[in-house]
Design a binder for this molecule. Structure first.
Ligand code: ATP
Ligand SMILES: O=P(O)(O)O[C@@H]1O[C@H]([C@H](O)CO)[C@@H](O)[C@H](O)[C@@H]1O
Length: 159
């Protein structure tokens, strides 16, 4: 195992591993299928909200249920987690199999919950849960017009 893979955390150990991270802890979640500049800028800005960053990643079955396309995810959950774990901004990576990351948020109770500016924090279950226990929520504005879906259409047009 290479050293960054130690950042990949079994769900059952999440609470204990989060307690050992530098505080305050920021948590975000998402698919992160084909990593791009928008993602890495977003993750660096999320990390800058606190002292550590936990990323909860949708399992392959969970991605399928999000309806992004029959061929998605392109990269397996294990690969998506390894790529995220290799980033300097990321402290811990955990997978979740549910439709939302509400359970992860309830278990981990991060000080700060972050999503991209494409979400309204008080309208998503994770944001509502964090606000309910007195945590902070932050929506990060898009700085680069990038997405995995756009990258895939570009590649498909060039075939
Ligand atoms: N260009 C971007 N700038 C800032 N944040 C982003 C950007 N793209 C995605 N994010 C954020 O990163 C997280 C993961 O996003 P996701 O993997 O769905 O990105 P995506 O590239 O838009 O994917 P897809 O095209 O598959 O929907 C989400 O919280 C989202 O708000
Ligand atoms: O990468 P995405 O599509 O931004 O990630 C999704 O975010 C949803 C959001 O937190 C609203 O609930 C979440 O429900 C979904 O499971 C994906 O993580």
């Amino acid at each position: 195992m290479v050293s960054f893979e130690q950042k990949i955390c079994p769900r059952a150990e999440l609470k204990a591993r989060m307690a050992n991270l530098p505080q305050p802890v920021v948590l975000t979640n998402g698919v992160f299928d084909i990593l791009h500049r928008g993602h890495v800028t977003y993750l660096a800005q999320a990390r800058a909200q606190g002292a550590s960053l936990v990323v909860a990643v949708n399992t392959d079955a969970s991605v399928k249920r999000l309806g992004k396309g029959d061929d998605r995810p392109i990269n397996t959950c294990a690969d998506r987690m390894a790529v995220l774990a290799a980033l300097e901004a990321v402290s811990l990576v955990v997978e979740f199999d549910e439709d939302t990351a509400l359970g992860v948020v309830q278990e981990g109770q991060p000080d700060i919950y972050v999503k991209g500016g494409d979400y309204k924090m008080d309208e998503i279950p994770e944001g509502q849960a964090v606000l309910a226990y007195g945590g902070k929520v932050v929506a990060i504005a898009f700085e680069h017009d990038r997405s995995t879906s756009k990258l895939l259409s570009k590649v498909r047009q060039q075939r």
